[in-house]
Design a protein around this ligand. Structure first.
Ligand SMILES: Cc1cc2nc3c(=O)[nH]c(=O)nc-3n(C[C@H](O)[C@H](O)[C@H](O)COP(=O)(O)OP(=O)(O)OC[C@H]3O[C@@H](n4cnc5c(N)ncnc54)[C@H](O)[C@@H]3O)c2cc1C
Length: 294
């Protein structure tokens, strides 16, 4: 398949990329890893008249960290995140989820920013950024703003980015002490999009009681979702197996899967229940280990 004709602009600076977007508006698309955009163009599902290639913009790449957060440039590729020692040591949820994305060849090109801007509801990273309480820096020719992950994903393949905005950076707060995390998904084959995926974080107080839990889902609606009531049900107690079962039931009710050719809605809800239980058990165990209670 071949794409419809388009003009190609290789941006040499961020200012040039942003000015080109102002000039060409919704007809123009930024080209990052090309792993979603190019197939969509080849199938003529997307027909931008202008492609603004941002791959040469080194300022959009790389991982930075400070005392409070990790900041990931939008052009950082999945394989760079997989290889980053800080991510491996301190953002284990990310490290656990990254290998589920497609295949190594796609992870060599695909970027975190491209993935989040594409906003596929079955995609792992939007659910993770939401679960981790991240925020995203959008830049335009006239300024910049931070958007909370809660507000960034507004529907299937739709974000809060304005037509003249580029996603520049993703910030993930450092995890509190005594926190355990876990990501699991079910896909038909390794590398396929998830039929259901669940990210869980559990933070304990010094006495081993649950201080905070977050539960995020991919493949569970028209955007990544949090099961807030299910997560809140665990707070304040010494979490037991029956507490986890009850939270999983609440989570099954909270999600809104639409089903697809590979999974009926009922099967997706079943998966959400199983994965909620398993990710919570694992995150809790890891939290207890990090607190010295296991
Ligand atoms: C066979 C196959 C299997 C896959 N499996 C999975 C999977 O299991 N899980 C998963 O999550 N993904 C999967 N993907 C998609 C992959 O993760 C893509 O890399 C990702 O969705 C898009 O990232 P990209 O850098 O390639 O973006 P591109 O394809 O270059 O761009 C995607 C969209 O985002 C826009 N965009 C890109 N960067 C920016 C930016 N900085 N600011 C604003 N807009 C921007 C583009 O204009 C375009 O509209 C798969 C892809 C393939 C081909």
């Amino acid at each position: 398949m071949k794409p419809a004709p388009f003009r190609y602009i290789a941006a040499r600076s961020l200012d040039e990329a942003l000015a080109a977007k102002v000039q060409h508006g919704e007809d123009a698309r930024f080209l990052a890893g090309g792993q979603s955009l190019v197939p969509a163009m080849n199938f003529r599902l997307a027909q931008p008249t202008v492609l603004i290639d941002i791959n040469a913009l080194a300022e959009l790449g790389g991982v930075r960290r400070d005392a409070h957060a990790i900041r990931i440039g939008a052009l950082t590729r999945y394989y760079q995140l997989e290889a980053d020692a800080h991510v491996a040591a301190h953002q284990k949820l990310l490290g656990e989820a990254l290998p589920h994305i497609a295949h190594p060849q796609i992870r060599n090109r695909g970027t975190l920013g491209g993935n989040l801007a594409h906003a596929d509801p079955a995609s792992e990273m939007p659910a993770l950024v939401l679960t981790l309480g991240g925020r995203l820096r959008a830049k335009s020719a006239t300024g910049e703003r931070w958007i909370a992950a809660d507000d960034f994903f507004v529907g299937a393949l739709t974000t809060a980015l304005a037509p003249d905005e580029l996603l520049a950076e993703i910030e993930l707060p450092n995890l509190p002490a005594r926190t355990g995390t876990c990501f699991m998904e079910v896909a038909r084959r390794r590398g396929d999009f998830a039929l259901m995926g669940v990210a869980a974080t559990v933070t304990l107080d010094p006495d081993g009681r649950c201080l905070e839990t977050r539960l995020g889902y991919c493949g569970a609606g028209d955007r990544p979702l949090l099961a807030t009531e299910a997560a809140a049900s665990l707070v304040g107690g010494n979490v037991t197996a029956s507490d986890i079962d009850a939270a999983a039931t609440l989570a099954q009710r909270a999600i809104d899967p639409s089903g697809n050719q590979h999974a009926a809605i009922g099967y997706q809800r079943h998966l959400a229940g199983v994965l909620t239980r398993r990710t919570l058990q694992s995150a809790l165990l890891r939290a207890r280990q990090s607190a010295g209670h296991a």
